[in-house]
Design a protein around this ligand. Structure first.
Ligand code: URP
Ligand code: ZN
Ligand code: ZN
Length: 498
């Protein structure tokens, strides 16, 4: 009796599955990986992956889609263009932000983002919540409800006038996260250092984009990161520092982890492949490279690579922030725009994984397993969607990217699928590209063509983040805090009262 056919069989690829490279087929039924092995029965659709890598589809856990920024600017990509763009770059899951701005109620914010994504996304998605108003109702009612509904991570800002929380508020949020089992993501920059420097620069006529990197001095990042780590340690709650840019910050996080701090960290393509010199291009061109924190220097790039190699940095995300080079984004005041006026952020959803494949894996800085962890698996674990996402395993969603490592591409914005109008990586040679991308068993991209309809991506109600696999290894430097138990007893008392 012949075995029932698969819906899709991916044949003869180099399949990267849970720390192994297998020369194998992957059989898919009803959107789920049903078998991994040699000589599987045919699929209704057979894809020959001979000579190519079969990797988990990427998970991008930091991207801004159809979102008002901290400065109140709407990005150029909606849930359709952003998810199409992600899919073409080998990403099959995104976790963008639902952003609360002051005065907004969280249930309404979440409903608004959910509706817009439901109508447009072509790949699966979850949400983090950006929190700007941690008042009593929010902490005791709205956030627990949101976490229960699968929004199990919250981003907080230590800077931006319209977003920043003070340390007291941050502790309230961390305590709530501990109680409810959520992960707090921290944008760590010292607000007053930046504001003070920016004012001095503008007052003295230094307004070009390159001064953005001076205003956002690396010390502003290290100071705030150090403070965030201390707040997390005070009440023994994990935090994840997003978009780490500076070498000193990487060293600080590594050191804190040796002391036993539950600090996790992310970095992004802009900190590996751009530097502050890019902000000094002719005229206002440098605005295309302005993000916060800004790209630093070669030494910081090397430190970020080391951070990825030794596990200090656990996720590699795009921080896609799609602002056009016109009055809707980067140049609100035209030629008169100063670095203080321009929207912060750079696009990167589509090129995130190809850049790391080319420069990380193919150039020998990362092995294939590190590459997969940094682009997919660690995101899934840290944000509560593992093993459904981020891994090639029987029972997991069939989210796959088939990579041709010989394909060479010179990056041009015209070939990308976002709405930004430029890419900071214009003209770069990238080796390797995902030629076939599969989301829940559906071929969504093949040979440069999109095969997914708008609205076919599914919402992921995420579970409790699992930080254990990326936690610091025990070391003799681990520092016991004798008063920690007493602080925990205070928090337990509050939890009972809640
Ligand atoms: O400059 C950046 N990173 N813009 C996006 C918003 C954020 O803070 O992540
Ligand atoms: Zn941020
Ligand atoms: Zn961001």
């Amino acid at each position: 009796m012949s075995e029932e056919r698969f819906d899709l069989t991916v044949r003869n690829g180099r399949v990267v599955s849970e720390g192994q490279v297998l020369l194998a087929d992957v059989g898919v039924r009803q959107g789920v990986i049903a078998a991994i092995g040699e000589g599987l029965v045919p699929g209704v659709r057979d894809v020959d992956a001979r000579g190519r890598w079969v990797l988990p589809g990427g998970v991008d856990s930091h991207c801004h889609i159809e979102q008002f920024s901290g400065m109140g600017v709407m990005g150029a990509d909606d849930f359709y263009s952003a998810t199409v763009s992600a899919a073409f770059g080998g990403t099959t899951t995104v976790i963008p932000f639902a952003a609360q701005h002051r005065g907004m109620k969280i249930p309404a914010v979440l409903e608004d983002y959910a509706r817009r994504a439901r109508e447009k996304a072509v790949i699966d998605y979850g949400f983090h919540l950006i929190l700007t108003n941690p008042d009593e109702d929010t902490l005791s009612r709205d956030l627990p409800q949101a976490i229960h509904d699968g929004i199990t991570s919250i981003k907080v800002y230590m800077t931006y006038d319209r977003m920043k929380l003070d340390d007291h508020q941050l502790l309230d949020v961390l305590a709530m996260a501990q109680r409810e089992g959520a992960l707090v993501m921290v944008h760590a920059e010292n607000h007053d250092m930046i504001k003070w420097l920016a004012q001095k620069l503008v007052d003295s006529g230094h307004t070009r984009p390159k001064y953005h990197a001076i205003a956002h001095d690396p010390l502003a990042e290290t100071e705030a990161t150090n403070r965030a780590i201390a707040l997390g340690r005070l009440i023994d709650t994990p935090i994840l520092i997003v978009h780490v840019a500076g070498g000193e910050t990487v060293d600080l996080i590594r050191h804190a982890r040796t002391l036993g701090a539950k600090v996790f960290a992310e970095s992004c393509p802009q900190y590996l492949f751009l530097t502050a010199e890019d902000l000094d291009r002719t005229g206002l061109e440098g605005a295309k490279f302005c993000c916060s924190p800004p790209p630093r220097d070669g030494a910081s790039q090397e430190a970020i690579w080391r951070g990825f190699q030794d596990g200090t940095l656990v996720t590699y995300s795009s921080d896609h922030a799609p602002y056009r080079f016109d009055e809707t984004g980067k140049l609100p005041k035209g030629e008169k725009t100063t670095f203080k006026d321009m929207a912060n952020g750079v696009p990167g959803l589509e090129l995130r994984v190809p850049l790391l494949f080319s420069e990380g894996f193919l150039k020998g800085r990362l092995d294939i397993h590190q590459f997969v962890e940094l682009t997919a698996t660690n995101h899934a674990r840290m944000y509560g969607i593992f093993p459904r996402k981020g891994v090639i395993r029987v029972g997991s969603d069939a989210d796959l990217a088939i990579w041709d490592e010989d394909r060479e591409t010179v990056v041009r914005h015209e070939m990308l699928h976002d709405q930004v109008g430029y890419t900071p990586y214009e003209g770069r040679l990238v080796r390797g590209w995902p030629t076939v991308v599969v989301s829940r068993g559906r071929i969504v991209v093949e040979d440069g063509m999109l095969h997914a309809a708008r609205g076919t991506g599914k919402y992921l109600a995420r579970g409790t983040p699992d930080v254990s696999r990326n936690a610091p290894a025990p070391s003799e430097r681990m520092h016991e805090r004798p008063q920690a138990g007493f602080i925990q007893s205070l928090l337990r008392r509050d939890a009972k009262a809640a």
